[in-house]
Design a protein around this ligand. Structure first.
Ligand code: PHE
Length: 452
Protein backbone atom coordinates (compact mmCIF):
# COMPACT_ATOMS: atom_id res chain seq x y z
CA UNK A 1 0.00 0.00 0.00
CA UNK A 2 2.81 2.38 0.83
CA UNK A 3 3.80 2.90 -2.80
CA UNK A 4 0.28 3.97 -3.77
CA UNK A 5 0.14 7.47 -5.20
CA UNK A 6 -1.18 10.28 -3.06
CA UNK A 7 -1.67 14.02 -3.08
CA UNK A 8 1.41 15.80 -1.80
CA UNK A 9 -0.12 18.61 0.20
CA UNK A 10 -3.30 19.77 1.91
CA UNK A 11 -3.68 22.51 -0.65
CA UNK A 12 -3.37 19.88 -3.38
CA UNK A 13 -6.20 17.86 -1.83
CA UNK A 14 -8.48 20.87 -1.59
CA UNK A 15 -7.76 22.30 -5.04
CA UNK A 16 -7.93 18.97 -6.87
CA UNK A 17 -11.19 17.97 -5.23
CA UNK A 18 -12.65 21.44 -5.58
CA UNK A 19 -11.56 21.22 -9.23
CA UNK A 20 -13.73 18.16 -9.61
CA UNK A 21 -16.67 19.89 -7.96
CA UNK A 22 -16.35 23.18 -9.80
CA UNK A 23 -17.45 22.50 -13.35
CA UNK A 24 -20.18 23.04 -15.89
CA UNK A 25 -22.57 22.44 -13.00
CA UNK A 26 -21.53 25.70 -11.37
CA UNK A 27 -21.11 28.00 -14.33
CA UNK A 28 -23.78 26.63 -16.63
CA UNK A 29 -26.36 24.67 -14.63
CA UNK A 30 -26.52 26.67 -11.39
CA UNK A 31 -27.28 30.10 -12.93
CA UNK A 32 -30.07 28.80 -15.15
CA UNK A 33 -31.57 26.77 -12.31
CA UNK A 34 -31.48 29.85 -10.08
CA UNK A 35 -32.88 31.98 -12.91
CA UNK A 36 -35.82 29.65 -13.43
CA UNK A 37 -36.55 29.07 -9.75
CA UNK A 38 -36.74 32.47 -8.14
CA UNK A 39 -33.12 33.65 -7.83
CA UNK A 40 -32.13 34.28 -4.21
CA UNK A 41 -34.87 32.04 -2.76
CA UNK A 42 -33.44 29.10 -4.72
CA UNK A 43 -29.97 29.96 -3.50
CA UNK A 44 -31.05 29.93 0.16
CA UNK A 45 -32.54 26.45 -0.25
CA UNK A 46 -29.50 25.33 -2.19
CA UNK A 47 -27.20 26.41 0.65
CA UNK A 48 -29.31 24.45 3.09
CA UNK A 49 -29.03 21.32 0.90
CA UNK A 50 -25.26 21.67 0.64
CA UNK A 51 -24.92 22.00 4.39
CA UNK A 52 -27.31 19.29 5.55
CA UNK A 53 -26.99 16.73 2.75
CA UNK A 54 -24.12 17.52 0.41
CA UNK A 55 -21.36 17.80 2.99
CA UNK A 56 -22.31 14.61 4.92
CA UNK A 57 -22.56 12.61 1.66
CA UNK A 58 -19.20 13.95 0.54
CA UNK A 59 -17.64 12.85 3.84
CA UNK A 60 -19.13 9.38 3.34
CA UNK A 61 -17.48 8.95 -0.04
CA UNK A 62 -14.22 10.17 1.47
CA UNK A 63 -14.48 7.57 4.23
CA UNK A 64 -15.03 4.69 1.82
CA UNK A 65 -12.23 5.81 -0.49
CA UNK A 66 -9.56 6.57 2.09
CA UNK A 67 -10.33 3.41 4.03
CA UNK A 68 -9.71 1.19 1.00
CA UNK A 69 -6.92 3.13 -0.75
CA UNK A 70 -8.22 1.70 -3.99
CA UNK A 71 -10.48 2.40 -6.95
CA UNK A 72 -14.21 2.70 -6.31
CA UNK A 73 -15.24 -0.87 -7.21
CA UNK A 74 -12.56 -2.32 -4.98
CA UNK A 75 -13.29 0.18 -2.20
CA UNK A 76 -16.88 -1.06 -1.84
CA UNK A 77 -15.72 -4.67 -2.09
CA UNK A 78 -13.09 -4.08 0.58
CA UNK A 79 -15.45 -2.46 3.08
CA UNK A 80 -18.17 -5.07 2.59
CA UNK A 81 -15.91 -8.09 2.87
CA UNK A 82 -16.25 -8.91 -0.83
CA UNK A 83 -20.05 -8.84 -0.91
CA UNK A 84 -21.22 -9.11 -4.53
CA UNK A 85 -24.03 -6.59 -4.29
CA UNK A 86 -21.87 -3.84 -2.79
CA UNK A 87 -19.04 -4.58 -5.21
CA UNK A 88 -21.56 -4.06 -8.00
CA UNK A 89 -22.57 -0.74 -6.44
CA UNK A 90 -18.92 0.37 -6.57
CA UNK A 91 -18.65 -0.87 -10.15
CA UNK A 92 -21.77 1.09 -11.05
CA UNK A 93 -19.87 4.23 -9.98
CA UNK A 94 -17.13 3.38 -12.45
CA UNK A 95 -19.63 2.81 -15.26
CA UNK A 96 -21.40 6.07 -14.45
CA UNK A 97 -18.05 7.86 -14.50
CA UNK A 98 -17.21 6.33 -17.85
CA UNK A 99 -20.50 7.45 -19.41
CA UNK A 100 -20.42 10.97 -17.93
CA UNK A 101 -16.83 11.37 -19.13
CA UNK A 102 -17.99 10.65 -22.67
CA UNK A 103 -20.65 13.33 -23.01
CA UNK A 104 -19.12 15.85 -20.59
CA UNK A 105 -16.18 16.11 -23.00
CA UNK A 106 -18.58 16.97 -25.83
CA UNK A 107 -20.00 19.99 -23.98
CA UNK A 108 -16.47 20.94 -22.94
CA UNK A 109 -15.54 20.89 -26.62
CA UNK A 110 -18.34 23.36 -27.37
CA UNK A 111 -16.59 25.80 -25.01
CA UNK A 112 -13.44 25.54 -27.13
CA UNK A 113 -15.41 26.37 -30.28
CA UNK A 114 -16.90 29.39 -28.49
CA UNK A 115 -13.46 30.55 -27.36
CA UNK A 116 -12.41 30.46 -30.99
CA UNK A 117 -15.64 32.07 -32.19
CA UNK A 118 -15.43 34.94 -29.69
CA UNK A 119 -11.78 35.44 -30.58
CA UNK A 120 -12.44 35.85 -34.30
CA UNK A 121 -15.72 37.72 -33.74
CA UNK A 122 -18.01 35.08 -35.23
CA UNK A 123 -20.62 35.49 -32.49
CA UNK A 124 -21.69 38.97 -33.57
CA UNK A 125 -25.36 39.22 -34.41
CA UNK A 126 -28.80 39.16 -32.87
CA UNK A 127 -30.29 36.41 -30.75
CA UNK A 128 -31.70 34.45 -33.68
CA UNK A 129 -28.33 34.55 -35.42
CA UNK A 130 -26.56 33.11 -32.37
CA UNK A 131 -29.21 30.44 -32.06
CA UNK A 132 -28.70 29.40 -35.64
CA UNK A 133 -24.94 29.54 -35.20
CA UNK A 134 -25.16 27.18 -32.23
CA UNK A 135 -27.51 24.77 -34.00
CA UNK A 136 -25.36 24.70 -37.12
CA UNK A 137 -22.26 24.06 -35.07
CA UNK A 138 -23.84 21.39 -32.89
CA UNK A 139 -25.16 19.44 -35.85
CA UNK A 140 -21.99 19.76 -37.92
CA UNK A 141 -20.55 16.28 -38.51
CA UNK A 142 -16.91 17.22 -38.00
CA UNK A 143 -16.28 20.34 -35.92
CA UNK A 144 -17.72 19.24 -32.54
CA UNK A 145 -15.87 15.92 -32.87
CA UNK A 146 -12.65 17.76 -33.47
CA UNK A 147 -13.04 19.80 -30.26
CA UNK A 148 -14.10 16.74 -28.27
CA UNK A 149 -10.92 14.98 -29.33
CA UNK A 150 -8.83 18.05 -28.46
CA UNK A 151 -10.38 18.07 -25.00
CA UNK A 152 -9.67 14.39 -24.49
CA UNK A 153 -6.08 14.91 -25.57
CA UNK A 154 -5.60 17.61 -22.91
CA UNK A 155 -7.20 15.45 -20.22
CA UNK A 156 -5.17 12.43 -21.25
CA UNK A 157 -1.96 14.42 -21.13
CA UNK A 158 -2.62 15.49 -17.53
CA UNK A 159 -3.90 12.10 -16.31
CA UNK A 160 -0.90 10.19 -17.63
CA UNK A 161 1.39 12.42 -15.59
CA UNK A 162 0.02 10.81 -12.47
CA UNK A 163 -1.76 11.92 -9.34
CA UNK A 164 0.84 14.32 -8.01
CA UNK A 165 2.61 15.43 -11.17
CA UNK A 166 -0.57 15.57 -13.26
CA UNK A 167 -3.81 16.06 -11.35
CA UNK A 168 -2.44 17.98 -8.38
CA UNK A 169 -0.11 20.18 -10.41
CA UNK A 170 -2.77 21.01 -12.99
CA UNK A 171 -5.29 21.85 -10.27
CA UNK A 172 -2.86 24.18 -8.52
CA UNK A 173 -2.35 26.04 -11.77
CA UNK A 174 -5.87 25.99 -13.22
CA UNK A 175 -7.98 26.72 -10.14
CA UNK A 176 -6.35 30.07 -9.27
CA UNK A 177 -6.53 31.04 -12.94
CA UNK A 178 -10.22 30.23 -12.92
CA UNK A 179 -10.74 32.44 -9.88
CA UNK A 180 -8.94 35.37 -11.46
CA UNK A 181 -11.01 35.12 -14.65
CA UNK A 182 -14.18 34.81 -12.61
CA UNK A 183 -13.45 37.90 -10.53
CA UNK A 184 -12.54 39.98 -13.59
CA UNK A 185 -15.80 39.09 -15.35
CA UNK A 186 -17.89 39.60 -12.18
CA UNK A 187 -16.29 43.05 -11.85
CA UNK A 188 -16.98 43.94 -15.49
CA UNK A 189 -20.54 42.67 -15.28
CA UNK A 190 -21.44 44.38 -11.99
CA UNK A 191 -20.17 47.76 -13.23
CA UNK A 192 -22.58 47.87 -16.18
CA UNK A 193 -25.43 50.38 -16.03
CA UNK A 194 -28.56 48.73 -14.62
CA UNK A 195 -26.56 45.83 -13.16
CA UNK A 196 -28.00 46.55 -9.70
CA UNK A 197 -31.26 44.80 -10.62
CA UNK A 198 -29.37 41.61 -11.41
CA UNK A 199 -27.47 41.76 -8.14
CA UNK A 200 -30.77 42.26 -6.33
CA UNK A 201 -32.24 39.24 -8.13
CA UNK A 202 -29.33 37.18 -6.86
CA UNK A 203 -29.38 38.44 -3.30
CA UNK A 204 -32.96 39.34 -2.29
CA UNK A 205 -35.02 36.18 -1.80
CA UNK A 206 -38.63 36.04 -2.98
CA UNK A 207 -40.08 32.91 -1.46
CA UNK A 208 -43.36 33.12 -3.37
CA UNK A 209 -41.90 31.00 -6.20
CA UNK A 210 -40.75 28.22 -3.91
CA UNK A 211 -42.51 24.87 -4.03
CA UNK A 212 -41.58 21.21 -3.81
CA UNK A 213 -40.08 21.29 -7.28
CA UNK A 214 -37.73 24.09 -6.41
CA UNK A 215 -36.55 22.25 -3.28
CA UNK A 216 -35.94 19.03 -5.17
CA UNK A 217 -34.21 20.93 -7.96
CA UNK A 218 -31.89 22.51 -5.40
CA UNK A 219 -31.12 19.15 -3.87
CA UNK A 220 -30.34 17.54 -7.22
CA UNK A 221 -28.18 20.48 -8.20
CA UNK A 222 -26.20 20.32 -4.95
CA UNK A 223 -25.34 16.66 -5.55
CA UNK A 224 -24.38 17.19 -9.17
CA UNK A 225 -22.32 20.22 -8.33
CA UNK A 226 -20.43 18.52 -5.50
CA UNK A 227 -19.72 15.46 -7.75
CA UNK A 228 -21.59 13.16 -5.35
CA UNK A 229 -22.94 9.72 -6.22
CA UNK A 230 -20.52 8.12 -8.65
CA UNK A 231 -17.29 7.36 -6.87
CA UNK A 232 -15.39 10.39 -8.01
CA UNK A 233 -14.85 11.68 -4.49
CA UNK A 234 -14.19 8.13 -3.36
CA UNK A 235 -11.39 7.75 -5.93
CA UNK A 236 -9.80 11.08 -4.99
CA UNK A 237 -10.08 10.23 -1.26
CA UNK A 238 -8.07 7.09 -1.91
CA UNK A 239 -5.17 9.48 -2.56
CA UNK A 240 -5.69 11.41 0.71
CA UNK A 241 -3.17 10.92 3.49
CA UNK A 242 -3.98 9.88 7.08
CA UNK A 243 -3.56 13.48 8.16
CA UNK A 244 -6.31 14.88 5.92
CA UNK A 245 -9.33 15.72 8.09
CA UNK A 246 -12.32 14.61 6.09
CA UNK A 247 -15.04 16.85 7.50
CA UNK A 248 -12.91 19.98 7.37
CA UNK A 249 -11.88 19.24 3.78
CA UNK A 250 -15.49 18.59 2.76
CA UNK A 251 -16.54 21.92 4.27
CA UNK A 252 -13.74 23.81 2.51
CA UNK A 253 -14.43 22.15 -0.86
CA UNK A 254 -18.15 22.83 -0.59
CA UNK A 255 -17.46 26.45 0.29
CA UNK A 256 -15.29 26.92 -2.79
CA UNK A 257 -17.85 25.17 -4.98
CA UNK A 258 -20.70 27.30 -3.66
CA UNK A 259 -18.70 30.50 -3.91
CA UNK A 260 -17.95 29.79 -7.59
CA UNK A 261 -21.61 29.05 -8.29
CA UNK A 262 -22.71 32.33 -6.70
CA UNK A 263 -19.99 34.28 -8.48
CA UNK A 264 -21.11 32.65 -11.74
CA UNK A 265 -24.57 34.05 -11.05
CA UNK A 266 -23.07 37.47 -10.32
CA UNK A 267 -21.29 37.27 -13.64
CA UNK A 268 -24.39 36.41 -15.66
CA UNK A 269 -27.40 38.13 -14.07
CA UNK A 270 -26.12 41.71 -13.81
CA UNK A 271 -25.05 41.59 -17.48
CA UNK A 272 -28.36 40.01 -18.51
CA UNK A 273 -30.45 42.56 -16.60
CA UNK A 274 -28.30 45.38 -17.93
CA UNK A 275 -28.88 44.18 -21.51
CA UNK A 276 -32.61 43.70 -20.80
CA UNK A 277 -32.52 39.98 -21.59
CA UNK A 278 -34.48 37.44 -19.55
CA UNK A 279 -32.16 35.19 -17.54
CA UNK A 280 -34.51 32.24 -17.22
CA UNK A 281 -33.66 30.75 -20.61
CA UNK A 282 -32.78 27.27 -19.30
CA UNK A 283 -29.97 25.07 -20.59
CA UNK A 284 -29.42 27.21 -23.69
CA UNK A 285 -28.54 30.19 -21.47
CA UNK A 286 -24.80 29.75 -21.87
CA UNK A 287 -24.47 28.99 -25.57
CA UNK A 288 -27.36 30.97 -27.02
CA UNK A 289 -28.45 33.77 -24.67
CA UNK A 290 -25.11 34.72 -23.19
CA UNK A 291 -23.18 35.72 -26.34
CA UNK A 292 -25.96 38.21 -27.09
CA UNK A 293 -25.93 39.42 -23.49
CA UNK A 294 -22.22 40.17 -23.61
CA UNK A 295 -22.49 41.95 -26.95
CA UNK A 296 -25.38 44.15 -25.95
CA UNK A 297 -24.12 44.87 -22.46
CA UNK A 298 -20.76 46.03 -23.76
CA UNK A 299 -22.06 47.49 -27.03
CA UNK A 300 -20.62 50.93 -26.33
CA UNK A 301 -17.11 49.58 -25.76
CA UNK A 302 -15.55 48.15 -28.94
CA UNK A 303 -13.83 44.76 -28.45
CA UNK A 304 -14.61 44.60 -24.73
CA UNK A 305 -17.67 42.43 -25.37
CA UNK A 306 -15.52 40.00 -27.39
CA UNK A 307 -12.82 39.90 -24.77
CA UNK A 308 -15.27 39.28 -21.94
CA UNK A 309 -16.96 36.53 -23.96
CA UNK A 310 -13.61 34.95 -24.72
CA UNK A 311 -12.61 35.03 -21.05
CA UNK A 312 -15.95 33.57 -20.09
CA UNK A 313 -15.64 30.56 -22.38
CA UNK A 314 -12.03 30.07 -21.33
CA UNK A 315 -13.23 29.95 -17.75
CA UNK A 316 -15.93 27.47 -18.62
CA UNK A 317 -13.39 25.27 -20.41
CA UNK A 318 -11.01 25.36 -17.41
CA UNK A 319 -13.79 24.44 -15.00
CA UNK A 320 -14.84 21.61 -17.30
CA UNK A 321 -11.26 20.37 -17.67
CA UNK A 322 -10.64 19.94 -13.92
CA UNK A 323 -13.96 18.08 -13.59
CA UNK A 324 -13.25 15.90 -16.60
CA UNK A 325 -9.88 14.95 -15.10
CA UNK A 326 -11.64 13.66 -11.99
CA UNK A 327 -14.21 11.75 -14.04
CA UNK A 328 -11.49 10.21 -16.19
CA UNK A 329 -9.50 9.24 -13.10
CA UNK A 330 -12.35 7.07 -11.75
CA UNK A 331 -12.07 4.71 -14.73
CA UNK A 332 -8.31 5.07 -15.12
CA UNK A 333 -7.73 3.99 -11.50
CA UNK A 334 -10.12 1.10 -12.05
CA UNK A 335 -8.40 -0.29 -15.16
CA UNK A 336 -4.94 0.39 -13.74
CA UNK A 337 -5.63 -1.61 -10.57
CA UNK A 338 -8.01 -4.29 -11.81
CA UNK A 339 -6.26 -5.20 -15.05
CA UNK A 340 -2.80 -4.72 -13.47
CA UNK A 341 -1.66 -2.61 -16.37
CA UNK A 342 0.42 0.56 -16.40
CA UNK A 343 -1.38 3.79 -15.64
CA UNK A 344 -0.57 5.09 -19.11
CA UNK A 345 -2.35 2.13 -20.74
CA UNK A 346 -5.30 2.38 -18.41
CA UNK A 347 -5.66 6.06 -19.31
CA UNK A 348 -5.41 5.21 -23.01
CA UNK A 349 -8.24 2.68 -22.75
CA UNK A 350 -10.41 5.33 -21.10
CA UNK A 351 -9.51 8.15 -23.48
CA UNK A 352 -10.07 6.04 -26.60
CA UNK A 353 -13.20 4.31 -25.24
CA UNK A 354 -14.83 7.48 -23.95
CA UNK A 355 -13.64 9.36 -27.04
CA UNK A 356 -15.48 6.97 -29.35
CA UNK A 357 -18.65 7.04 -27.23
CA UNK A 358 -18.37 10.82 -26.92
CA UNK A 359 -18.16 11.21 -30.71
CA UNK A 360 -21.25 9.01 -31.08
CA UNK A 361 -23.05 11.19 -28.52
CA UNK A 362 -22.08 14.29 -30.44
CA UNK A 363 -23.15 12.83 -33.78
CA UNK A 364 -26.48 11.77 -32.32
CA UNK A 365 -27.37 15.47 -32.12
CA UNK A 366 -26.96 16.00 -35.86
CA UNK A 367 -25.47 13.81 -38.56
CA UNK A 368 -26.58 10.55 -36.92
CA UNK A 369 -29.88 11.71 -35.54
CA UNK A 370 -31.23 8.18 -35.87
CA UNK A 371 -28.97 7.12 -32.98
CA UNK A 372 -31.71 7.19 -30.39
CA UNK A 373 -32.58 5.29 -27.24
CA UNK A 374 -36.05 5.49 -25.71
CA UNK A 375 -36.87 8.36 -28.04
CA UNK A 376 -33.84 10.45 -27.03
CA UNK A 377 -30.60 11.13 -28.92
CA UNK A 378 -27.74 9.11 -27.38
CA UNK A 379 -26.36 12.33 -25.87
CA UNK A 380 -29.57 13.15 -23.99
CA UNK A 381 -30.01 9.51 -23.07
CA UNK A 382 -26.63 9.35 -21.32
CA UNK A 383 -27.24 12.65 -19.60
CA UNK A 384 -30.60 11.40 -18.41
CA UNK A 385 -29.55 7.93 -17.31
CA UNK A 386 -26.48 9.10 -15.44
CA UNK A 387 -27.80 12.35 -13.93
CA UNK A 388 -31.34 11.29 -13.11
CA UNK A 389 -30.89 7.60 -12.32
CA UNK A 390 -27.33 6.48 -11.59
CA UNK A 391 -26.25 9.48 -9.46
CA UNK A 392 -29.24 9.49 -7.09
CA UNK A 393 -29.23 5.69 -6.82
CA UNK A 394 -25.46 5.72 -6.17
CA UNK A 395 -25.81 8.44 -3.53
CA UNK A 396 -28.70 6.65 -1.87
CA UNK A 397 -26.90 3.31 -1.68
CA UNK A 398 -23.76 4.99 -0.37
CA UNK A 399 -25.72 6.45 2.56
CA UNK A 400 -27.19 3.03 3.35
CA UNK A 401 -23.78 1.42 3.01
CA UNK A 402 -22.10 3.79 5.46
CA UNK A 403 -24.94 3.84 7.96
CA UNK A 404 -26.04 0.24 7.99
CA UNK A 405 -23.39 -1.96 6.45
CA UNK A 406 -19.87 -0.70 7.00
CA UNK A 407 -18.00 -1.50 10.21
CA UNK A 408 -18.97 1.28 12.62
CA UNK A 409 -15.50 1.45 14.14
CA UNK A 410 -13.93 2.01 10.71
CA UNK A 411 -16.38 4.80 9.96
CA UNK A 412 -15.68 6.41 13.30
CA UNK A 413 -11.91 6.12 12.95
CA UNK A 414 -11.98 7.65 9.50
CA UNK A 415 -14.33 10.44 10.58
CA UNK A 416 -12.25 11.37 13.62
CA UNK A 417 -8.85 10.59 12.06
CA UNK A 418 -8.30 7.78 14.57
CA UNK A 419 -9.44 9.80 17.51
CA UNK A 420 -7.34 12.89 16.86
CA UNK A 421 -10.36 14.99 15.83
CA UNK A 422 -13.11 15.51 18.38
CA UNK A 423 -16.26 13.39 18.15
CA UNK A 424 -18.51 16.46 18.22
CA UNK A 425 -20.10 16.17 14.78
CA UNK A 426 -19.90 12.42 14.49
CA UNK A 427 -23.30 11.65 16.02
CA UNK A 428 -25.04 14.30 13.96
CA UNK A 429 -23.35 12.89 10.88
CA UNK A 430 -24.51 9.34 11.62
CA UNK A 431 -28.05 10.50 12.14
CA UNK A 432 -28.04 12.34 8.81
CA UNK A 433 -26.62 9.27 7.05
CA UNK A 434 -29.08 6.86 8.61
CA UNK A 435 -32.30 8.71 7.93
CA UNK A 436 -32.22 12.25 6.58
CA UNK A 437 -29.96 11.82 3.55
CA UNK A 438 -31.38 8.54 2.19
CA UNK A 439 -34.95 9.79 2.54
CA UNK A 440 -34.16 13.10 0.90
CA UNK A 441 -32.41 11.40 -2.02
CA UNK A 442 -35.26 8.94 -2.39
CA UNK A 443 -37.59 11.91 -2.62
CA UNK A 444 -35.63 13.52 -5.48
CA UNK A 445 -35.39 10.24 -7.27
CA UNK A 446 -39.11 9.42 -7.09
CA UNK A 447 -39.89 12.96 -8.08
CA UNK A 448 -37.64 12.76 -11.15
CA UNK A 449 -39.25 9.48 -12.10
CA UNK A 450 -42.58 11.30 -12.03
CA UNK A 451 -43.94 9.31 -9.09
CA UNK A 452 -45.04 12.53 -7.37
N1 PHE B 1 -19.39 18.51 -10.25
C1 PHE B 1 -19.20 18.66 -11.65
C2 PHE B 1 -19.80 19.97 -12.12
O1 PHE B 1 -20.24 20.75 -11.33
C3 PHE B 1 -19.79 17.53 -12.43
C4 PHE B 1 -19.33 16.21 -11.98
C5 PHE B 1 -20.24 15.27 -11.56
C6 PHE B 1 -17.98 15.92 -11.97
C7 PHE B 1 -19.83 14.04 -11.11
C8 PHE B 1 -17.55 14.71 -11.51
C9 PHE B 1 -18.47 13.78 -11.08
O2 PHE B 1 -19.83 20.22 -13.27
Amino acid sequence: MSERANFGSRLGVILATAGSAVGLGNVWRFPYMAGQNGGAAFIVIYLFCVLMLGIPCMVSEFIIGRNAQANTARAYAHASGGNKFWTAVGAMGVITGFLITSYYAVISGWCLQYIYASGVGELKGDASYVKEYFNNFMTDPVLPLFWTVVFFAATHFIITRGVRGGIEKASKLLMPLLFVLLLVIVGASCMLPGAGKGIEFMLLPDFSKVDGNVCLGALGQSFYSLSIGMGCLCTYASYFSRETTLLKSAVQISLIDTLVAILAGLMIFPAAFSAGIEADAGPSLIFITLPTVFQQAFASMPFIGNIVALMFYALLALAALTSLISLHEVSTAFFHEELHIRRRWAATIVSVGCGIIGCCCSLSLGAWDGLQFFGMPLFDFFDYVTGQIFLPVGGFLTCLFIAWRMDRQVVRDQFTNWGTVSLGFYNVYLLLMKFVCPLAILAIFLHQMGVF
